[in-house]
Design a protein around this ligand. Structure first.
Ligand code: E4P
Length: 226
């Protein structure tokens, strides 16, 4: 468990699953919209079922689309019922700081045995409280943290310390990846998982000097008549 793919693109998910590199997929309403989601809840179900099948037994995070208490619970139960490896994403609070989300997270994890990925978090303190509420995954949007002028690496280190000290089960996901450099930096700082858009993985693998080296090997093999 180290790298998740932050996309709903079936071809990309298949490609990197085949390489054995990814151990999960995350989505959110913005990603789904950008990647051409259609067909309402029925369309979402079809697409998520396909992704869940490809990545199984690894987890697929699917976000609820409402912030009303009863609506979040009903959607979480419905979506979690689509496949065994679906994890429900819920934002740490509502659009205006509503606090219902925390008790919803606690209830879903402890009473309904549904795995929750708490998202849209910008600090170690938010993630720590979500972990105390029982979340299985806490998503720190590291790129957004950096964009606001704060150091995401320091937040990861503090969070790692707190989860270990209080023996909380939550896995730390670093999201909002903006630079290839983020991936290794965040993992080394203590993140369990970094979720990335597919092009990041290609960028991590391909190196211009490696290209040149491979070209040299192939050219010399040809010269040697091998
Ligand atoms: C993943 O779980 C997050 O929802 C995602 O990485 C957010 O990315 P963004 O900050 O680029 O919207």
């Amino acid at each position: 468990m180290a790298i998740y793919l932050d996309t709903s693109n079936i071809d990309e998910i298949r490609k990197y699953t085949k390489m054995g590199i990814i151990s999960g997929v995350t989505t959110n309403p913005t990603i789904l919209h950008k990647e051409g989601a259609s067909g309402g809840m029925k369309g979402l179900k079809e697409k998520m079922l396909e992704v869940a099948r490809i990545v199984a037994p690894h987890p697929l995070s699917v976000e609820v689309t409402t912030n009303h208490r009863e609506g979040m619970i009903a959607q979480a139960k419905e979506i979690a019922g689509w496949a065994k490896n679906i994890v429900i994403k819920i934002t740490v609070h509502g659009p205006n700081g509503e606090l219902d989300n925390m008790s919803v997270i606690h209830e879903l994890e402890t009473k309904h045995d549904i795995r929750i990925n708490v998202t849209a978090m910008m600090s170690a303190q938010q993630c720590f409280l979500a972990a105390l509420a029982g979340a299985s995954y806490v998503s720190l949007l590291g790129g957004r943290v950096n964009n606001m002028g704060y150091n995401s690496i320091e937040e990861v280190k503090k969070l790692r310390y707190l989860l270990d000290r209080y023996q909380l089960k939550a896995k730390i996901i670093l999201a909002s990846t903006r630079e290839i450099l983020n991936v290794i930096e965040w993992l080394c700082a203590g993140a369990d998982i970094v979720t990335v858009a597919p092009n990041f993985i290609e960028g991590m693998i391909v190196h211009p000097y490696t290209k040149e080296t491979v070209q040299m090997f192939l050219a010399d093999a040809a010269k040697a008549g091998h």
